[in-house]
Each structure stands twice: as C-alpha cells, then as structure tokens.
Write a protein that binds this ligand. Structure first.
Ligand SMILES: [Zn+2]
Length: 461
C-alpha cells in the first residue's frame, strides 16, 4: 500500500518538541513515512486506505531499548522465581544452553507479537548465547515476518567460570569467533538509512561474562562500521563488587578504561552509579535503558532516573528479558516506570517536603521516555514522534472499554494510569501489524502452541 490516511482520532499525541496533542487528529502517510499531521482540514481527503479512528487515542509507536526475546521460553521457571540476579542467571544458564535455532525463531515471534500488541513498533534485542548452531540470523528472519523494527544486538560471552567469570564454560565462545561473526552480521544486515527495519548493534553481555579485551575490540569494530554498542552495566551491588575486585574499577570507571563511553553507547539498568558517574554519562552522551519491572522482580534496586534526566542523560524504557519481567508489555513498563519513580520520591521524603521543585513523574513523562527517550537512546532520529518526515509508526487504543471507564477526562493519562491494555492497532512503516486488536502478521494461537511445546522441551532437557 502506498498511502494511508488516519482520521478523526479523539486525541492524537505527537510527542513533537511542542508536546502537541491534536483533538480530532489524523495522519497522512506515503510509502512508510508521514507526510502530514493534523486535523481533517490539514490532511488530504483520500488515500489507498482510510482508517477512521473515531473514539481512539493515537500515540507514536513505543520504542523498547532492552530485551532478551529468547527468555520468553523460560518465564516463571520455579527454581528462578525468587532469586537475585547472579543466582537467577546460574539457574537459567544450563537451561538456555539447550536452545536450538528454531527456539530463537519462535521466541522472537512471541516477544515481538506481545510487544506489538502493547504499542511497540521498534525493539532492541540482546541475544548473547548461541548454543547448538543458533545464530542472530534466526532472530532477524523472525522479526522480518512479524514486521517490528529491530535493533539486533549481537551479544557475546567469553569469560567462563574457569577464567573467573559467572557463566559456565559451556555457554561462552572464543573472542575470535565472536568478532568474526559480529563483522559478518554487520555486513549482512545493518541498514543505517531512515526507515531501516534492521540495525545491528555489538553487545558483549556484561562485565562478569566478557573480558576487557573483547570490550575494546568490539568497540573498535563497531566504530569502524558506525554501529552502536550496548551492554548491561551497574545492575547490582554484586556486579560492583565483581568489577572492583577483578578490574580495580567501579563499573562506569571500567567502561571508561575500555573505551566504552560515547553517544554510540547505551547501558541497560545503570542503577548503582554515583553523581560523578551520572556526569560521565551526560558528558559523553551515553544512554540508559531503564527496566523497572526487571529491577523490581530481581530485587536489584531503583535507577536514579530523575537525576539522569536532570543531568541531560538520554533515558529510554526496556521490558528486559522475559525471564525477569515476565512479560513484554511496553505500555505496562511505562506505567511501572512512573510508579517506581514515585515510590523513589516517597522513600526520600516527598510527602514531608514542601519544596515546589520536587515533582512526581507524570503519565506524559513516562510516555515520553517510552517514545522520544527510546529513540534517542537507540540513536534513531526517524522514530519516536508523529511528525512530517518520520516513520509511519503509531498505535491506537479504543477508549470505550472497561479498563478506562471513568478515566476519559484525560485519555492520554488513562493509557498509563489505568490497567495496561492490549492495543487495537499497531502500524509500522505503514504496515498493519495489529488490526482490530488482533495480530495481523502471524497466527497468534498457533504461535502460542509452538512456543509452549518449545518451552516444555527446553525445561525437560
Ligand atoms: Zn538484560
């Protein structure tokens, strides 16, 4: 389809620099990009397809900045339900070591289906183990079918238990293989152009699973090709102790020592940072993927989001891997981000303070993190808002529903304050991925059945 006209939305949230929210709003899109935004009088009145979104809220597609799709196969695993990060990982590594290429494919489709049904149109994924011939190619092929934009992070682990790392030796790879495969993937798939459906990212897993040498080599390779860099950082106090003992640095200092700061770098979690380290992120324009559900699930801690934003650090949201969430609902993550930020204010005495400069995170702030924030973290200026020239990525929610009953004084806030819903439309680059509340690019129930079979086989060993 070449042109698509959306009209009559109850409210269309642009997330542009003026925070415009347009009543009776619409969009005109051609070949996957937005050509006009506004009310009926600002838009052409015909198109190849016309979608009347009367009674719907329209928002820019949400951007997920951190995930591990394969973990949808190991949600709510009994032995890993009540563990902190290191014990959770040690329980799950041997199960993940049994992953097959087809498991990567089916779990990618499941995670992206869930994300699309929660309003997500661009997702970053971090795949860092490749057992039994699994490849990032399996994930990229699966994403192409579903139709969600993918920042495919080629993860890696090279520091096994025998060398003082956390993962068992059976799931780590040689650094030579990792770098060779990283280069192959960039050359085969990375598309830097506006509207790109696949970008490759280099992503050694974490300080406790790769060597400093691999961090440096990955950074050099990424910069040679102009691709971005991603890793987990400062997620727990255990990790901080590990870095101090093994490398003689706190996590952020360690990143500086291996050339891992810059506008091309974003970190997941980044909870245990001090004010100077927040300053390092701001100065070097590093981004942060905030994953509140996972941080609560694993009792990791609360990231200093307010301090990051005050310092000018780019912050986006991530659902994180589905074994520590255990969901891929990005709108729900925006709600968690808002609630957790408020709780953090509460424990530092918000209710006792009369200081008017102390503000709570609003629903619109949370939506901004999930859209513009995520786009900035991923280094993409073509997504994150509904503006002329940007990608035709949006989602729509029908307002007349039980979840929002009594909340329609402010439908935009309802999307965050009320129970996170399954969205009614998700359009990515002009293509319908969700239509009338149903996944349009795959058979949902067949996918669930296949996924459950794979999960059962994986757990039974
Ligand atoms: Zn993660």
């Amino acid at each position: 389809m070449a042109t698509l006209l959306v009209k009559n939305a109850t409210i269309l949230v642009t997330m542009d620099d003026h925070q415009r929210e347009i009543p009776e709003g619409g969009l005109f899109m051609r070949d996957g990009f937005i050509e006009a935004v506004g009310q009926a009088s600002d838009l052409p009145n015909a198109a190849d397809e016309v979608l009347d979104l009367r009674g719907h809220l329209v928002l820019p597609g949400l951007v997920n900045t951190h995930h591990h799709f394969y973990q949808t196969l190991t949600r709510a695993v009994p032995a890993a339900q009540d563990a902190n990060l290191f014990n959770w990982l040690k329980t799950l590594y041997p199960i993940w070591a049994r992953l097959q290429p087809d498991d990567i494919f089916v779990s990618t489709q499941t995670a992206l289906a869930e994300l699309a049904l929660s309003g997500c149109t661009t997702a970053s994924d971090h795949l860092y183990l490749f057992p039994n011939g699994s490849r990032l190619d399996d994930e990229i092929a699966a994403a192409k079918e579903i139709g969600v934009r993918l920042q495919a992070s080629r993860g890696s682990m090279s520091l096994g238990e025998s060398k003082g790392g956390l993962p068992p030796d059976s799931v780590v790879d040689t650094e030579e293989n990792i770098l060779k495969d990283s280069q192959r993937l960039i050359e085969a798939y990375h598309d830097p152009k506006p509207g790109s459906m696949v970008q490759v990212v280099l992503a050694p897993c974490s300080p406790f699973s790769v060597t400093g040498e691999l961090m440096k080599q990955s950074a050099a390779l990424a910069r040679q090709y102009g691709v971005h860099l991603h890793t987990h950082l400062a997620e727990t106090e255990d990790e901080e102790q590990f870095c101090l003992q093994k490398f003689g640095y706190r996590p952020v200092g360690y990143m500086q020592s291996v050339d891992w700061v810059g506008e091309d770098v974003w970190f997941a979690h980044s909870i245990y940072v001090n004010p100077e380290e927040i300053g390092v992120f701001a100065t070097h324009q590093c981004g942060v993927a905030h994953c509140p559900s996972s941080n609560m699930r694993l009792a990791s801690g609360i990231a200093p989001i307010k301090e990051y934003l005050a310092a000018g650090v780019k912050v986006g949201l991530g659902v994180d891997g589905s074994a520590s969430n255990d969901s891929s609902h990005l709108l729900a993550e925006a709600r968690q981000a808002m609630l957790l930020a408020r709780l953090k204010e509460g424990v530092t005495g918000f209710s006792l303070s009369n200081d008017p400069s102390r503000k709570l995170m609003t629903a619109r702030d949370a939506l901004r993190l999930a859209t513009r924030g995520g786009a900035a973290v991923l280094g993409r200026s073509d997504i994150g808002s509904l503006e002329v020239g940007k990608c035709a990525d949006f989602f729509a929610i029908k307002l007349d529903r039980l979840d929002y009953a009594g909340a329609l004084h402010d439908p935009v806030a309802a999307a965050v304050f009320c129970n996170p819903v399954r969205v009614d439309y998700t359009v990515i680059g002009g293509r319908f991925v969700v239509r009338e509340g149903q996944l349009a690019t795959a058979d949902e129930m067949k996918l669930v059945e296949k996924h459950n079979r794979a999960a059962k086989r994986l757990l039974e060993g």
